[in-house]
Design a protein around this ligand. Structure first.
Ligand code: PXP
Length: 243
């Protein structure tokens, strides 16, 4: 069974559009838990565009399932993780101007810095994972610095429709997965996955965990809007009937 981590960032994206209280990523996390998610993922971005520090604290306190904290490899985030103690930290590169994560970490070029971060987090019982492109050199470097796992970036694969190009990207993910497992890394995957493109990823025998966010939140609007409109109409009619 693949362990599904539900990323609730974009519930907070919607809340931040109004800077109000709803929708609440904690409630979404509790629904995900009830639905059978293995864990919850939140990405605390440096610009706090969606998830806020307090969301992470509340989610950490209230959910029973594991919490995976995605964050940039910077001191501010390290100190926050040491305080919150998520079950797992996934380091991802971050650029202020990007709309979403654009690529994997350059582990090869930052081995010393990443190694020091691992040495701070693992002794606290926090699993240490690195988000990397499906690139053999990067995967090997992740092992060298002692990561527990890698999350393979499925972004380039997910952007494509079924066809020859997508098959090439899929092959890279398969090869990187096989290599990672062979050298002793646990393999996760994520970014841009949907119910259509996830099937081929879930077929890869080495993949143990998936991180999925945007598509789940987007689809839940379609699945939930009808009932929500009906509830609103009932409330309106209640008012009208009191006229
Ligand atoms: N994995 C990482 C490292 C990410 O940064 C993201 C997006 O926050 C995801 C997985 C989930 O991607 P998506 O929201 O497209 O499912």
């Amino acid at each position: 069974m693949i362990r599904l981590y539900v990323n609730v960032d974009h519930v907070a994206t919607l809340r931040e559009a109004r800077k109000g209280l709803e929708p609440d990523p904690l409630l979404a996390a509790l629904i995900a838990e009830k639905a059978g998610a293995y864990g919850i993922t939140v990405h605390l971005r440096e610009d706090r565009r969606h998830i806020q520090d307090e969301d992470v604290r509340r989610i950490r306190e209230k959910i029973q399932i594991p919490l995976n904290l995605e964050m940039a490899p910077v001191e501010e985030m390290l100190a926050f993780a040491e305080q919150i103690r998520p079950d797992q930290v996934s380091l991802v590169p971050e650029k202020r101007q990007e709309i979403t994560t654009e690529g994997g970490l350059n582990v090869c070029a930052n081995e010393n810095e990443l190694l020091k971060m691992r040495e701070r987090l693992q002794p606290l019982g926090i699993k240490f994972s690195l988000f990397v492109d499906p690139d053999i050199e990067q995967v090997t470097a992740a092992k060298r610095i002692g990561a527990d796992s890698i999350e393979l970036n499925t972004g380039a694969y997910s952007e494509l429709v079924a066809g020859e190009e997508r098959e090439k990207r899929l092959l890279e993910i398969k090869q990187a997965s096989a290599h990672a497992k062979q050298i002793g890394l646990v393999v996760f995957a994520g970014h841009g996955l949907t119910a259509e493109n996830v099937v081929a990823i879930a077929e890869i025998p080495e993949v143990e965990e998936l991180n999925i966010g945007h598509n789940l939140i987007a689809q839940s609007i379609y699945h939930g809007l009808e009932n929500t409109i009906k509830t609103m109409m009932t409330a309106i009619n209640e008012g009208v009937s009191q006229r």
